[in-house]
Design a protein around this ligand. Structure first.
Ligand SMILES: *Cc1c(COP(=O)(O)O)cnc(C)c1O
Length: 494
């Protein structure tokens, strides 16, 4: 009988040694545990410019591995050089400070690697995805037995998925099978109407579908950057006059730059009247559905044909986890059907459990886990209250800023996104004021005191914050305003 061989690195099963995994895993968890308790001592972002960062990571990829010893220093270095979203002074892009519970689910997903698209490859996550969509559909006021959908890797992918269905349903009503025949020179010149404040991924989706830049028709915005419903008829008439076949209106709930919620009920009525598809990009604000206090922002969403919501924004879930929900689940089969139209065969629908029929992605991670588990642990109300608390805090900060002589807000915030700028009396020229915001933001970025971003609305540059860390306080935000003033002074602007 052959003697058991001692394990060494060259042996095929060495990477799966359970004891090694246990010690590496405990090492990482311990490192992250200290990180979580000490993160406030770190700069929010230890910023390095791209060239310096590239130069710092210049080690050649080895032919022979360096073994286990390479791992812990790698973990520590990655953490040290990252943007620290668990820092309460992170008020940057809409990416959550993930719940540790949700992050553990990502480990589980990666470990099990049950890529979800083919039921047999991911039966648990397929079923959880369906349960989440049903739960969310009911929250939106839909009939959960009739609704359906899928999860996608991100809102950009989700909006494309929904708009592909919109195109197919609307095209078939015009006798054109867009999915099968494609966009040919004699296809209708489809277009979507959307407020200019919408996320760029809507335009990108239209361009991916072959409609060109003019396939996106902008409806003017009001003074709070919301779509002007009173301009819908006029915009549609102009589009028609230019030979455009509008098939859908996209409402934002809310817009990315400024957190503006479009008037969804009015858009719904307009879509009904003109038999247009009504899609809502609720990537950020879809979380308001869980809040008693803020769900009024979504009034009218019950009439939408499709809704996209990113759980990785206002649900403290790590990226990516997006729900694409259809009020009529049959519509989620409209595109991607490689055999025949959903109208003529029930087979794809009977196979709801093979979600690959309905998505661009084939292999995807078990993203339902990290949404489902936090809901089990904390419950829906917890997340509704979190959304409300972040929004109230943003309103309080906006009110405080509005009282300051030297600050201005773009408009009163509707949720937890706020645009504001320093406008000292000494600087009057628009271009100089714009430059001032950019300079100050760059200084704050370099200092690591806060992480915030900037945006341009109608030619005006604004500092932009998303209050997203549950531990951020009004005092933190006032300190941010102080830092803005200080850096402006130090840059000799005021
Ligand atoms: C963030 C966002 C997106 C893009 O979603 P990703 O998950 O980043 O792809 C689309 N629309 C709106 C309104 C958003 O806020």
């Amino acid at each position: 009988m052959a003697k058991p061989q001692p394990k060494h690195a060259a042996q095929d099963d060495a990477p799966f040694d359970a004891e090694t995994f246990g010690s590496q895993g405990r090492g990482l968890i311990e490192t992250l545990t200290s990180y979580l308790s000490d993160v406030e001592k770190l700069p929010v972002l230890p910023y390095k410019d791209p060239a310096a960062m590239l130069a710092a990571w210049d080690a050649p990829i080895p032919l022979e591995g360096n073994g286990e010893a390479a791992l812990q220093p790698f973990f520590e270095r990655v953490i040290a050089e990252s943007n620290h979203l668990h820092h309460p002074r992170y008020v940057g892009h809409q990416v959550s400070s993930p719940l540790p519970v949700a992050a553990l689910c990502d480990l589980l997903s990666s470990f099990l690697n049950n890529g979800t698209a083919v039921y047999e490859m991911g039966q648990v996550s397929t079923v959880l995805e369906r349960r989440l969509i049903e739960w969310y559909a009911a929250l939106l006021g839909w009939d959960a037995t009739k609704a359906g959908g899928v999860m996608t890797s991100g809102g950009s992918m989700g909006n494309l998925t929904a708009l592909l269905a919109a195109r197919q349903v609307q095209a078939e009503a015009r006798g054109h099978n867009a999915w099968k025949e494609g966009m040919t020179h004699d296809s209708p010149r489809y277009a979507v109407m959307v407020c200019g404040q919408a996320h760029y991924c809507v335009a990108r989706a239209a361009q991916i579908m072959g409609w060109g830049e003019s396939g996106v028709i902008h409806v003017p915005a009001d003074e709070r950057y919301r779509l002007r419903a009173d301009k819908l008829e006029e915009t549609l008439a102009e589009a028609k006059a230019k030979g455009r076949e509008v098939i859908a209106v996209v409402g934002s709930a809310c817009s990315t730059a400024n957190g503006a919620f479009d008037p969804l009920s009015e858009i719904a009525a307009f879509c009904k009247k003109h038999k247009l598809w009504f899609h809502i990009d609720a990537a950020h604000g879809g979380a308001a559905a869980m809040s008693e206090e803020y769900r009024h922002l979504l009034a009218g969403i019950e009439h939408a044909d499709s809704v996209v919501w990113d759980a990785h924004k206002m649900m403290m879930v790590p990226a990516l986890a997006t729900l694409v929900a259809f009020r009529d689940k049959r519509h989620s089969y409209a595109s991607f059907h490689q055999a025949a139209s959903y109208l003529f065969t029930a087979s794809a629908e009977e196979e709801w459990y093979n979600s690959g029929h309905r998505t661009i992605e084939c292999t995807k991670n078990m993203m339902a886990l990290k949404v489902y588990a936090p809901l089990m642990v904390y419950g829906q109300r917890f997340f509704g209250e979190y959304f409300a608390r972040m929004s109230r805090l943003t309103a309080a900060f906006a009110a405080w800023l509005a009282e300051q002589q030297d600050f201005e807000i773009a408009c009163a915030p509707q949720c937890n996104i706020l645009c504001f700028r320093l406008k000292p009396a000494a600087v009057q020229n628009l271009e100089e004021i714009n430059v001032l915001q950019r300079v100050v933001r760059a200084k704050i970025l370099e200092s690591g005191e806060f992480y915030l971003v900037q945006t341009v609305l109608d030619g005006v540059c604004w500092l932009r914050i998303t209050v997203i860390h549950p531990g951020t306080s009004l005092e933190d935000l006032k300190q941010l305003a102080e830092a803005v003033r200080r850096h402006a002074r130090e840059s000799a602007y005021v």
